[in-house]
Write a protein that binds this ligand. Structure first.
Ligand SMILES: Cc1cc2nc3c(=O)[nH]c(=O)nc-3n(C[C@H](O)[C@H](O)[C@H](O)COP(=O)(O)OP(=O)(O)OC[C@H]3O[C@@H](n4cnc5c(N)ncnc54)[C@H](O)[C@@H]3O)c2cc1C
Ligand SMILES: C[S@@+](CC[C@H](N)C(=O)[O-])C[C@H]1O[C@@H](n2cnc3c(N)ncnc32)[C@H](O)[C@@H]1O
Length: 571
């Protein structure tokens, strides 16, 4: 993964070193973008009539100028209930500093530019999510566009294509048949495209893939450009939204699923055997931060994409009064293996922006990595907050796999270690946390070591044990407390620990491969959000959105190889 190397021309125009071409022209770049991509996809009229979701896909994100311009228009002209999904592909992403410098040329787009800069993802390969506004979601693929397109599904299809990317003469590898074939696979009968070039090789490629191509006058001094629509397309599929659904289990997984479906307009009944947050999600404080691995496998990419989707939702929850803070977290490098892992990662992705190394952050002998976006949250408060919705009805009732006591609607199983048709794939792992007295001024941010410690208004929550156990062993033990105190004492030997006040035990619903189990079995009217293991705070939103998309409650892009990692058919 290589960041773009930019030469700044006079007047602040960025030029790509690798391609020897400018990203946009300073004179009239904005007007050109508007003329070529916006106008020639017919978007002024189409935005005003947008239904539930509108999908634009772009080759070559670059500085994001086309995206920002499109966001501005969408905010002004689209109906408020409709959501814009802007999907863009970039092989050489700009570093954040270059992005900010490029945006300085467009003060008229400053509001949207700030949103993009704030959510601009780490420069790691794979899919990323950038929330721009409630009704504007940006999906970025960092890698070659051909690979990214092959990995993409769009329910209902892409509505408009922006074919950017440097000129075919300077970038022949991009403008090849597989690009047009993937476009055809992802298009419907009303799909349009527009591009600044009129090169014969592009026109012929698009025509061969089934697009009707028109030559029209180009922008400014450019003689011609091309645009058109997908003549070979099938009609766009409409959403077939189920009206109601039932969720079994009111932990983080069930509450997030219920919330997404209720927000999409469905009536949701949640069945809970005990009380909301009675299981693992009753844990007083949990932490979340990026999961850095040296190989940055598809699983790492899954969790990164999940985290990027979870963070904005959790920030909203904190703003609504849920206990927690997402303003930074340190992970102590307590073992040589951890140190090596972070070094390898940083060597491989030098522009990653995920963490930086800090020296001995509290009373400790260890250095740490600091995650600026990490933090902690109170899971039981989150559960309460998510379930508080006029379309969610709670029923205190135990459900069984024969659906006795349940209505006939689609059932989502989010039962943690409890009963479900896929229970045999779940391995309960007991976890005990301890609550210590005192505020410990040396610990002002959550700390991850061999366990984790979170300063809260209730005192210090510290833990946790990991024990394979029988399901009924949920009483805190003295050994558990001693273990938790020892983890923290080893990490920060000079820290004076308060008294142990109490403990809480619950069971993590883990799986053999440490990935959650997510998906819909339409034939049996069942869906699953299970196996969130020790990372539910990261994974439950992505799970909820995958289910909502598969159930037809909303339309979001799907990422084939990533979502394959959490498919239900593997268990
Ligand atoms: C000690 C500890 C520390 C943790 N720390 C972190 C952390 O720092 N960060 C992080 O991201 N994650 C952490 N986790 C993991 C996280 O808590 C879980 O991933 C998450 O809570 C799982 O949520 P869930 O909804 O899948 O399961 P649960 O919260 O267990 O919810 C399942 C619910 O289903 C109900 N139920 C079960 N069977 C039935 C039935 N038949 N009918 C009706 N209801 C039923 C249960 O009563 C329960 O309320 C921790 C877990 C533990 C135990
Ligand atoms: C002209 S710039 C795009 C300008 C951009 N749309 C904007 O609004 O700023 C072209 C971009 O395409 C990217 N690109 C070129 N070939 C690519 C490929 N094969 N896959 C993904 N991105 C590619 C380049 O790195 C560059 O950022």
């Amino acid at each position: 993964m290589q960041a773009a190397r930019i030469q700044w021309r006079e007047g602040g125009t960025p030029e790509s070193d690798a391609f020897g071409d400018v990203y946009f022209s300073r004179d009239g770049g904005l007007a050109e973008s508007e003329y070529v991509f916006f106008k020639h996809n017919g978007l002024p009229a189409r935005f005003a009539q947008a239904q539930d979701a509108f999908f634009i896909a772009e080759t070559g994100f670059g500085t994001g100028l086309n995206a920002l311009l499109t966001f501005e228009h969408w905010q002004r002209t689209a109906p408020p209930h409709a959501v814009l999904h802007f999907i863009s592909f970039e092989k050489f992403p700009l570093r954040r500093a270059d992005l900010i410098r490029a945006h300085a040329a467009w003060p008229e787009l400053a509001v949207m530019a700030q949103q993009l800069q704030a959510g601009y993802p780490p420069l790691t390969p794979g899919w990323h999510h950038v929330p721009i506004a409630d009704n504007i979601l940006l999906w970025l693929w960092f890698g070659d566009v051909h690979e990214g397109l092959a990995d993409l599904e769009v329910p209902g299809g892409v509505d408009a294509w922006y074919l950017d990317g440097f000129a075919p003469s300077k970038n022949p590898d991009m403008w090849t048949a597989p690009l047009y074939e993937q476009m055809a696979r992802l298009s419907h009968a009303e799909t349009t495209f527009a591009t600044f070039t009129a090169a014969g090789v592009v026109r012929r490629g698009l025509e061969a893939a089934g697009f009707a191509v028109d030559k029209v006058p180009g922008f400014g001094r450019k003689r011609e450009m091309i645009c058109g629509h997908f003549a070979a397309g099938a009609p766009r599929q409409r959403l077939q939204k189920p009206e109601q659904v039932q969720v079994v289990g009111a932990g983080l997984a069930g509450a997030a699923a219920a919330r997404v479906l209720a927000d999409a307009g469905m009536a949701v009944t949640v069945y809970e055997a005990e009380s909301p947050g009675a299981g693992a999600s009753g844990n007083w404080a949990g932490v979340l931060h990026p999961l850095v691995t040296a190989d940055w496998s598809l699983r790492s990419q899954w969790y990164q994409l999940a985290l990027e989707q979870a963070l904005p939702r959790w920030r909203d929850a904190i703003a609504a009064g849920v206990a927690g803070r997402l303003s930074g977290l340190d992970q102590l490098l307590v073992t040589p293996a951890w140190q090596v892992r972070f070094e390898k990662f940083a060597h491989r992705f030098p522009d990653h922006d995920l963490f930086h190394v800090v020296e001995k952050p509290c009373k400790t002998a260890f250095n740490a990595v600091h995650y600026p976006q990490g933090g902690w949250l109170s899971p039981p408060k989150l559960v309460q907050h998510l379930l508080d919705h006029p379309r969610i009805e709670m029923k205190r009732q135990k459900a069984d796999v024969h659906s006795r006591g349940l209505d006939k609607a689609m059932t989502i199983w989010a039962t943690g270690v409890g009963e479900s048709p896929l229970r045999s794939a779940i391995r309960p792992v007991k976890g005990q946390v301890s609550r210590l007295s005192g505020s410990m001024p040396a610990l002002h941010e959550p700390l991850v070591h061999q366990g984790y410690s979170v300063p809260t208004t209730m005192g210090l929550i510290t833990g946790a044990t990991f024990e394979k156990t029988a399901l009924d062993q949920t009483i805190p033990t003295r050994e558990g407390h001693a273990h938790n105190r020892q983890l923290l004492a080893q990490a920060c030997p000079e820290l004076e620990l308060g008294d142990t006040l109490e403990g809480r035990v619950s069971l993590r619903p883990t799986t053999r491969d440490h990935m959650p189990i997510i998906g819909v079995d339409a034939a049996r009217q069942q869906a699953f959000s299970l196996g969130h293991g020790a990372r539910g705070l990261i994974s439950v939103w992505y799970a909820a959105h995958q289910l909502a998309t598969q159930l037809g409650a909303c339309r979001r892009p799907c990422f084939i190889r990533i979502e394959h990692q959490s498919r239900i058919s593997r268990v």
